[in-house]
Design a protein around this ligand. Sequence first.
Ligand code: DC
Length: 218
Amino acid sequence: MSIPVLTIDGPSGAGKGTVSRLIAKKLGWHYLDSGSIYRSLALALQKAAVDITAVDDIVSIAKAMVLEFECNDELIVKLNGEDITPQLGLESTGSIASQIAALPEVRQVLLKKQQDFKQLPGLVADGRDMGTVVFPDAEYKVFLTASAEKRAARRYKQLKEKEIDANLMQITIEIEARDRRDSERQAAPLAMANDALYIDSSDLTIESVIQEVINLIH
Ligand code: DC
C-alpha cells in the first residue's frame, strides 16, 4: 500500500511549521520537521565543542545522534535522551543549522533519518528539500513562502509574545542571510519542485493557507 506524503517546503518563517503541524493533526498523519534534525545536529556539535568546519567529526556525530520526537501541540525533541526543545528554536541554532546543512556529507547522513518518517497512515514533511530530494515522489507538494518583511515581522511578534528581547531590523537581516545561504548552496538548495503548489502567505491567514492545502489533498 502506498503511503501518502505531503511536502511543504519554503524559506524560514513562512509559517510551514504551524501549517504542517495543524494539517498533520487534522489528517491524523505523522509529522516531520526536518529543520529540527539540522538544528539538533547544530546543538550536538555545540555540546561536543566541534567546529563547523570539521566535516568528518560532524558526520560522526550526525551518525551517532539519537533523536526522539513527540508531537502534541508543540514538538518536543530529545537528543540522546535530553530534552533540547528550548534551545532548538534559537536563531543562533538556526544559523549553525543552516551552515552545516550546506555540507553534502551531512545531508547524505540525515537523508535516511528523514525518509524513515514515511509511515502509514501518511506523512506531512516540512523543510527546504522535501519535495525535491527527500520525497521526490510525494503525492502532494506545496511551496509556502512570504515576503522577507512579513516573515521578519511575524518572528518579531513571536519573540515579543515570549518576552524575548528582539530587534526587527536585526531579524530581517538574519532572515535574508539565511535565505541566501539556503538558496545558493550547491547541495539540495531551497527550491520549488516543478509539481508543487505555490502559496504566498504574505497576506493570508493560517486558516486560509490550511484550507488551500486541504483542497489540494481532497
Ligand atoms: O526550518 P528551520 O528554520 O528549522 O531550518 C533550520 C535550517 O536547517 C535551515 O536554515 C536550513 C536547514 N534545513 C535544510 O537545509 N533542509 C531542510 N529540509 C530543513 C532545514
